[in-house]
Design a protein around this ligand. Sequence first.
Ligand SMILES: [Zn+2]
Length: 256
Amino acid sequence: MNPLQVTLVPALSDNYVYIARDDNTQTTMVVDPGEADPVLKVLDENGWNLTHVLNTHHHGDHIAGNEELISRFNAKLIGPKSEHARINGMDEQVVDGDIIDVGGHKGQVIETPGHTRGHIAIWFAESDALFCGDTLFALGCGRVFEGTMEQMWNSLLRLRSLNSTAKIYCGHEYTISNAKFAISIDPNNTKLQLRVKKFEEMRSKNQPTIPSVLMDELDTNPFLRADDPTLAGELGLSEAKPVDVFAAIRERKDNF
Ligand SMILES: [Zn+2]
């Protein structure tokens, strides 16, 4: 089976909606449609019929386009069971460890609470594609709105353990803001310095910085490195537990 081909669709002010497509089976899945119009435009231009809608969590900027898209294409809506009260009309409610089948493409459900209580990520191993909503971003992570710092740290640890070649399809183009913060707390990280430069060049040409690749995040994303003694030391937190280092980094970013 060919890997899913992923198209980025910019939406709202800084969201990314994704269309994952298999031309052989004509399977077409949209992930987190925060609005319908830009998605419809891409579908119409390509003559694609939407078959699946996938939601990672209940926030409006990830689901507001659901109804219009589903009513037009009669697509199947898949989302987190624990957010069923906050996402209307789910056809398939999934929990941790479930395997979804999208036209033969198998996606592993990973519950990643923290940003919201019921947030999920979906890992399509054969396509090396991770759809992780607002849990993990390029050089950043989501704000911890509903869960605890410990939940979010554990969610990131689970995503960190995936194949290092995983392409990270996250919910927002927050990379420059994340980069400014990351370099402020980790200024001597040469890999980070190079990435920041590259991202600034990309954004100056209005290119998306997404997807990033997990192996690059492992060395440069401070939120994935809360258990790295070097970073903890730089923050003056050598004695602290990783979850407390993570919480300190998250709080600093919230106030950055
Ligand atoms: Zn969100």
